[in-house]
Ligand binder design. Structure first.
Ligand SMILES: N[C@@H](CCC(=O)N[C@@H](CS)C(=O)NCC(=O)O)C(=O)O
Length: 194
């Protein structure tokens, strides 16, 4: 049985929860208290015991983007990357450049000066991208979408950031939220706010 070392409030874990739900793969969850990480997690993923960590078939894997590509290859149906190599490269590019959004997001969380402007710039870029293509993964939902959605849900539902000025982004967010994998994350985020 596949095991996910997980934390509900962790958006990186949410990436992997979305991918596992899309794949319909049964798995066991070990919930980690982020304020009090067990020493075995530090051994699994040194030096600081970050989550997510995935155990499968004797492998102990960390880094959400690595885990998610592993899951897509290990459990190929439904495919979460395009078939065409160029389209796959574009999807991977968005995952690779996630910090263009993540940087301003965490700057805003830390209350840094100028963070709101940097975030608005990143959201505008994302909006333009999503005006030109239906999904960050290309023609259909996939790994690049899963890589961004957790932060956008937290911005909107936990941090009170309005996304109304970004119509393509909100359209994509609404459409993705109809998928059971993402709807489950909307509920998880709501439970964090409660
Ligand atoms: N690059 C890692 C980041 C994972 C990460 O930062 N997880 C957070 C929880 S959301 C964590 O465990 N942080 C540990 C720490 O800050 O000490 C990934 O993509 O999996």
């Amino acid at each position: 049985m596949l095991t996910l070392y997980d934390a509900p409030r962790c958006p990186y874990c949410a990436r992997t929860r979305i991918v596992l739900a899309e794949k319909g793969v049964p798995y066991e969850t070990v919930t980690i208290d982020l304020a009090n990480r067990p020493s075995w997690l530090l051994e699994h993923n040194p030096p600081d015991g970050r989550v997510p960590v995935l155990e499968d078939d004797g492998w102990v894997l960390s880094e959400s983007s690595v885990i998610d590509e592993y899951l897509d290859e290990r459990y190929p149906e439904p495919a979460l990357l395009p078939v065409d190599p160029g389209e796959r490269a574009v999807a991977r590019f968005f995952v690779f450049r996630f910090d263009d959004l993540g940087g301003p997001y965490y700057a805003l969380r830390r209350g840094e000066a100028g963070a709101a402007e940097r975030l608005a710039h990143a959201l505008t870029d994302l909006d333009h991208t999503l005006a030109a293509m239906p999904f960050l993964t290309g023609r259909s939902f996939g790994l690049a979408d899963a890589a961004y959605l957790p932060w956008l849900l937290r911005l909107r539902d936990l941090m009170g950031v309005s996304l109304d000025a970004y119509p393509a982004l909100t359209g994509w967010l609404g459409g993705c939220s109809e998928r059971p994998s993402v709807a489950a994350e909307v509920e998880t985020v709501a439970s964090l706010a409660a």
